[in-house]
Write a protein that binds this ligand. Sequence first.
Ligand SMILES: [Zn+2]
Ligand SMILES: [Zn+2]
Length: 363
Amino acid sequence: MRAMVLDSPGGLLREADLPQPRPDEGQVLIEVHACGVCRTDLHIIDGELAHPKLPLVLGHQIVGTVVDRGTGVEHISLGERVGVPWLGYTDGSCRYCRAGRENLCEHARFTGYDIDGGYADYTVADARYCFRLPEGYPDLQAAPLLCAGLIGYRALRMTGDGKRLGLYGFGSSAHLIAQVAHHQGRRVFAFTRDGDETGQQFALTVGAEWAGGSGQPPPEELDAAIIFAAAGELVPAALRALARGGTVVCAGIHMSDIPSFSYDLLWEERTVRSVANLTRRDAEEFLALAPRIPIRTTVESHPLAEVNTALERLRRGAFQGSAVVVTDAALRVKQADTDASIRHDRTRSPPAQSVSRSATNQA
Ligand SMILES: [Zn+2]
Ligand SMILES: [Zn+2]
């Protein structure tokens, strides 16, 4: 099978011909159709997350079809469409798992980091961490729900019931979570890189009532803020924007150092916290909620072999919304997807929004 492989941090992903993996007990073999590109991939490639499996197939927002099952898998059928997220394995027995906090499992393993992921024609996954995806989301539009959506949703929960919400770093996650927050009746304030007027205009179309550069103060105090960008200097900036008792949630897996700041910024019961990984409960809740809003994902697509281009465009902030790579198998099901969305349009199901780019029109 074709796969895009990281040999060592600092390099590009290399196209390779690998043997098709086989599902072990409790695992399924998935024919990958689409896989969302995530900033975490860049942290792994750049060596900022220190211990990836090597060589490694990255990719942890996988959409595909189950084509084989190991022993003991009963709740997923052959031919079923599933999504695979970042959390790929837990032991189920450590004190965090037993307390319903499997996102903090002491022996957790992560897709596209400890386990080969979705930048390949096939992947195997622990069946416990495969999720049914809402109908009405074609593969491309479903992929960003699996990390940008899920972990963003967990971060949103951690903000409590704050009405005025700041989103710092308006990329894949923020464009989905702004829609959830808006749906919940919150007021969304979007912060992009300073001077990114295109990003600010985009934010206003997906639920933000105000958008500006992250160096700007919001027009009024915020009750909570989520930082999706990997820039530590946004922590004091977000604290400065908070009302008393407000919370700053850091949603990324890696961030540059946070500069020192005056205790005054934290005083009056302000909180800074991180969000790590996801639980199956987060996934079930979010995937049920997405079509009810409905969340629309703005996606640009790239062929699997051009994942390096997608990652470089992510690094430069060169697109709005999410980037997704697609395999050859996705082209075979494209017609079926089209038929499905036509069916769904008739029944008033979520219209997914797609900005599709081919390799030739990016230059
Ligand atoms: Zn991710
Ligand atoms: Zn555990």
